[in-house]
Design a protein around this ligand. Structure first.
Ligand SMILES: Cc1cc2nc3c(=O)[nH]c(=O)nc-3n(C[C@H](O)[C@H](O)[C@H](O)COP(=O)(O)OP(=O)(O)OC[C@H]3O[C@@H](n4cnc5c(N)ncnc54)[C@H](O)[C@@H]3O)c2cc1C
Ligand SMILES: NC(=O)C1=CN([C@@H]2O[C@H](COP(=O)(O)OP(=O)(O)OC[C@H]3O[C@@H](n4cnc5c(N)ncnc54)[C@H](OP(=O)(O)O)[C@@H]3O)[C@@H](O)[C@H]2O)C=CC1
Ligand SMILES: O=C(O)C(=O)Cc1c[nH]c2ccccc12
Length: 428
């Protein structure tokens, strides 16, 4: 058995260390964390880390990947740019460099996150995939189990911050016959560029921002994409009259009810983009912001795919009936010969697979209480980055969580390290 305490070990009395060593229940390596454990080293986890660092609270960040922001580094295509203006995407306490363009590229965003981690001296423990986290009532602490290349580890801590994101796992729906389809099948998270698809006929399944941008990228590489729109989608121009649509919507929301803002957005979209029904694109009956808030369905902010749809370079097709070798049959009976399939069918949270907890997360792994209430649970568990509001929502949560933990931490450390006494009492 190996037991260690993490962060600022100097002021940890050996008593605590021994107390743990004496417990026989650890067959795995066990690490007592002085401060919170944060699961996920994406923008949300880093932002919480920054807030804690500024208050002098030690913490441990765990990530299953081998780098920070693995969604951005390992699961996105080359041509990706932020699609909200930069002021809505920067993390707390450290703005983007002034020379960043209005819509930073993926690489600029990753560079920024790397410098963010350096500035706040954040060194996550990589290649540690959290398998379970459970609150131990008997000692009043969280037990967080990970699997690493060198075996299992258990972290023991008073606070647990869940920052694994809304996009933790790819969604791969079941399609009849897809196993027999003989070409390449990949999820959008594995798509980097259309280079390998030149001259090929590709079925892109899904018409969210991923489906649209993958289809556009395929056009740039002289491939022939057909994009499945099985239901409906809101497409908005990224900018209206040179001003970001998102920014405009945010400004209008300060004065007008959401319903009204949705109506204004739809009138403006109709004026700038025209009626899209003739291209096979129906709008949902509910407005774009309403759907974002209630269903988490992000409207498409168009950066050029619509032009390709209008010119016929991206073909719009209805839902899928079944696949067969080299072909797809659609619900309208049409058959298409295709070389490859790209599933731009979205992502989901993985929280239910590892967090044993009641009250904060739903069965879908999203907060039960609506924004802005979903960040704090019972017994020291927190959620960051599950607001359905992208990076600005993550920053909002992170500030609150870091302040909440920092407040308790600082009160307790002032009283001659009350936290340690608390732990000691629980361990006896
Ligand atoms: C293609 C794409 C483009 C986007 N563009 C924008 C944009 O322009 N603006 C915007 O505001 N939002 C955008 N988003 C939304 C996106 O959710 C945020 O940008 C941001 O990445 C969320 O940060 P996060 O830290 O909450 O989650 P993530 O970035 O997903 O980070 C979560 C981390 O948790 C780790 N993890 C997951 N499960 C475990 C586990 N069990 N154990 C250990 N580690 C684990 C993962 O490896 C990952 O590093 C985009 C999303 C996608 C997919
Ligand atoms: N530049 C940027 O900033 C980008 C941002 N993003 C963000 O990443 C997040 C994820 O986006 P995205 O990957 O597009 O996922 P989304 O969840 O937004 O979209 C998934 C799409 O797949 C469709 N779909 C799901 N299952 C099926 C099925 N069985 N048959 C046919 N179609 C199906 C959905 O259709 P239906 O609606 O009918 O369910 C929907 O059109 C979003 O928040 C998005 O804004 C993504 C790309 C670029
Ligand atoms: O890009 C994303 O995934 C986002 O979640 C960013 C975002 C937050 N709120 C929105 C409303 C309309 C379009 C994008 C977003």
């Amino acid at each position: 058995m190996h037991c260690a305490c993490y962060n600022n070990l100097d002021h940890w009395p050996t008593m605590v260390y021994h107390a743990l060593e004496h417990e026989e229940l650890f067959s795995r390596r066990c690490i007592l964390v002085n401060g919170p454990v944060i699961v996920g080293a994406g923008p949300s986890g880093l932002a919480v880390g920054a807030g804690l660092y500024q208050q002098g609270v030690p913490f441990v960040i765990l990530d299953r990947a081998d780098c920070i922001a693995s969604l951005w580094q390992n699961k996105t295509y080359d041509r990706l740019n932020l699609h909200l203006p930069k002021q809505f995407c920067q993390l707390p306490y450290f703005p983007f460099p002034p020379n960043f363009p209005e819509y930073p590229s993926k690489n600029q965003f990753i560079d920024y996150l790397e410098s963010y981690a350096r500035k706040f001296e954040i060194s996550p423990r990589f290649n540690e995939s959290v398998q379970s986290a459970k609150y131990d009532e008997t000692c009043g602490l969280w037990r967080v189990r990970t699997v690493t290349d060198n075996g299992e580890v258990e972290y023991i801590c008073r606070w647990l911050v869940v920052a694994t994101g809304e996009n933790a796992e790819k969604v791969v729906p079941d399609f009849e016959g897809l196993d027999e389809f003989e070409g390449t099948v990949m999820h959008a998270c594995d798509y980097r560029s259309g280079e390998a698809f030149e001259g090929k006929h590709i079925l892109v399944v899904g018409c969210g921002n991923s489906g649209m941008e993958v289809s556009l990228d395929l056009c740039h590489h002289n491939a022939f994409p057909s994009m499945v729109v099985r239901s409906s989608v809101h497409i908005l121009p990224r900018e209206i009259g040179g001003k970001s649509t998102f920014e405009l919507a945010t400004a209008l929301m300060k004065w007008l009810p959401l319903k009204m803002v949705d109506r204004i957005l739809l009138v403006l979209a109709r004026c700038t983009l025209g009626n899209l029904e003739k291209y096979g694109i129906k709008r949902p009956s509910k407005g774009p912001l309403h759907l974002k808030n209630t269903k988490g369905k992000t409207p498409v902010l168009d950066i050029g795919a619509l032009q390709k749809i209008k010119s016929g370079k991206i073909q719009i097709v209805p839902g899928i009936k079944r696949f067969s070798p080299g072909r797809v049959e659609l619900v309208n009976g049409a058959n298409l010969e295709i070389d490859s399939v790209i599933l731009a069918t979205g992502y989901c949270s993985n929280v239910p697979s590892w967090l044993k907890e009641d009250g904060l997360f739903s069965e879908e792994g999203m907060p039960i209480r609506p924004f802005p209430e979903g960040w704090k649970g019972k017994a020291g568990v927190y959620a960051v980055g599950f607001t359905g509001r992208g990076l600005s929502g993550a920053s909002f949560d992170a500030i609150r969580v870091a302040e909440d933990i920092g407040k308790i931490w600082n009160q307790e450390t002032k009283q001659t390290n009350h936290y340690v006494s608390f732990l000691r009492s629980k361990m006896q």
